[in-house]
Design a protein around this ligand. Structure first.
Ligand code: AMP
Ligand code: GLY
Length: 428
């Protein structure tokens, strides 16, 4: 079968890498792809939001399955559009993708069905929001309602910071239409866990857990990013807690979406805080995580294509999905200035040398105009994934490889997976 992946980041590179290993996949295409994906799939210059262009290409090439990576086309209804054109698609409908596209919708759904999450209120009126904010204990969490590339969440530690952030969101509208409504939320304390699942209506198959590192600098300092690194498994989290999160959060949300007439088909991603009172929801995403996918797929033993096709055809219940017990650690190399403004087009060297002991997934890269070399083209540039028997081994390989890659002003966190490392050392 021919498969088309929509997207251009590290997540899509990891998807292409896993799908390329399937004996059932004859040809891979990616729209628009990036400098690394081009080595495994034919990249076609069609933008993610050009639904008509994607449909026309997929029909002409007789694509058997279209896999959607990012949230923007999902929230805008790409799956409904392509299905109406007679194509088979992996991903949720527009109505189901609202679980990510609107935090206000997601919070209301959780409240209605009694699913654990942080206490919150939503506002679009600045004066009312400010009055409420002044009654809240610190730290307090402020969130843009709509999509903001992972940057629309601010944990404010002082009243001054909280009030300034509120004005930026509601008055200055830093995130445009995405911050016309703001969620003011209780700060949850604990370990974070990303728990992704393949979901087909009320059938849920949990993936193995992973942990992301959102702040840009070591020690969780600095502003939030799309994610600076991930690892899986989580040696410090008992499997009974993962099971509890599936039972009390992921399965009830899948069931609630069915009850609401918005059955979810695709990857449902729960961002959780493991609090003293049990797992609580921070966010839901309607897609594979980035960079979670880069550590999950190297641990997947079952053919990814078979799983995606089963979900697209409503047959997930038939699937037996296996994961390896090995570990994976992903370190993201970012452009100078990210998550703020950054330059593009900086030459990258050392990728081949890094690939001696790691997987290198391209996130924001492009081929230079002569097609000879790879240059930076995004904020998060590369995800370097080390694999090993445990986190310590995987992490050593990831950092050894990351050190060989060079571009001007490159920066990465040096403490990815250190919490897990401490737990692993403790259990020896
Ligand atoms: P989100 O984009 O909603 O996942 O939020 C980004 C990051 O902000 C999360 O990964 C957490 O580290 C932090 N965060 C969001 N909401 C909360 C909360 N209610 N309590 C504590 N931290 C939070
Ligand atoms: N890694 C966070 C996300 O994909 O939203």
């Amino acid at each position: 079968m021919k498969v088309l992946i929509v997207g251009r980041g590290g997540r899509e590179h990891a998807l292409v890498w896993a799908l390329a290993q399937s004996p059932r996949v004859d040809a891979l295409y990616c729209a628009p792809g990036n400098g690394g994906i081009a080595a495994l799939a034919e990249c076609v210059p069609i933008e993610e939001m050009d639904f008509a262009g994607i449909a026309a290409f997929a029909k002409k090439q007789e694509i058997g399955l279209v896999v959607i990576g990012p949230e923007d086309p999902l929230a805008a209804g790409i799956v409904d559009y392509l299905e109406a054109e007679g194509l088979k698609v992996f991903g949720p409908s527009r109505k189901a993708a609202a679980i990510e596209g609107s935090k206000a919708f997601m919070k209301e759904l959780l409240r209605k069905y009694g699913i654990p999450t942080a206490a919150y209120k939503t506002f679009s009126d600045y004066d009312k929001a400010l009055a409420y904010l002044r009654t809240r204990p610190l730290p307090v969490v402020l969130k843009a309602d709509g999509l903001a590339a992972g940057k629309g969440v601010i944990v404010a530690h002082t009243a001054e910071e909280a009030e300034r952030t509120l004005a930026e969101l509601l008055v200055d509208k830093t995130f445009g239409a995405s911050s016309e409504t703001v969620v003011i939320e209780e700060f949850l304390e604990g370990q974070e866990m990303s728990l992704l699942a393949f979901v087909d209506g009320s059938t849920v198959r949990l993936m193995v857990p992973s942990q992301d590192h959102k702040p840009v600098f070591d020690g969780d300092k600095g502003p939030n990013t799309g994610g600076m690194g991930t690892y899986s498994p989580l040696p410090h989290v008992d499997s009974s807690i993962v099971e509890e999160a599936g039972r009390t959060i992921v399965q009830p949300v899948a069931d609630a979406m069915v009850a609401e007439g918005r059955p979810f088909r695709g990857v449902l991603y729960a961002g959780l805080m493991l609090t003293a009172e049990g797992p609580k929801t921070i966010e839901f995403n309607a897609r594979f995580g980035d960079p979670e996918t880069q550590v999950l797929l190297p641990r997947l033993e079952t053919d990814l294509f078979e799983i995606l096709l089963a979900v697209a055809e409503g047959r997930l219940a038939e699937m037996d999905i296996r994961w390896s017990s090995s570990a994976a650690v992903c370190v993201v190399l970012a452009s100078p200035g990210y998550p703020g403004p950054y330059p593009k087009g900086l030459p990258i060297t050392g990728v081949e040398e890094a690939e001696w002991d790691a997987l290198v997934f391209h996130a924001g890269t492009a081929l230079s105009p002569d097609g000879e070399s790879v240059v930076t083209a995004g904020g998060r540039v590369l995800g370097v994934v080390g694999r090993g028997a445990d986190i310590a081994e995987a992490r050593d390989r990831a950092y050894a490889a990351a050190e060989r890659i060079r571009f001007e002003g490159a920066h990465y966190r040096t403490d990815i997976a250190s919490k897990a490392l401490a737990a692993e050392n403790g259990s020896r």
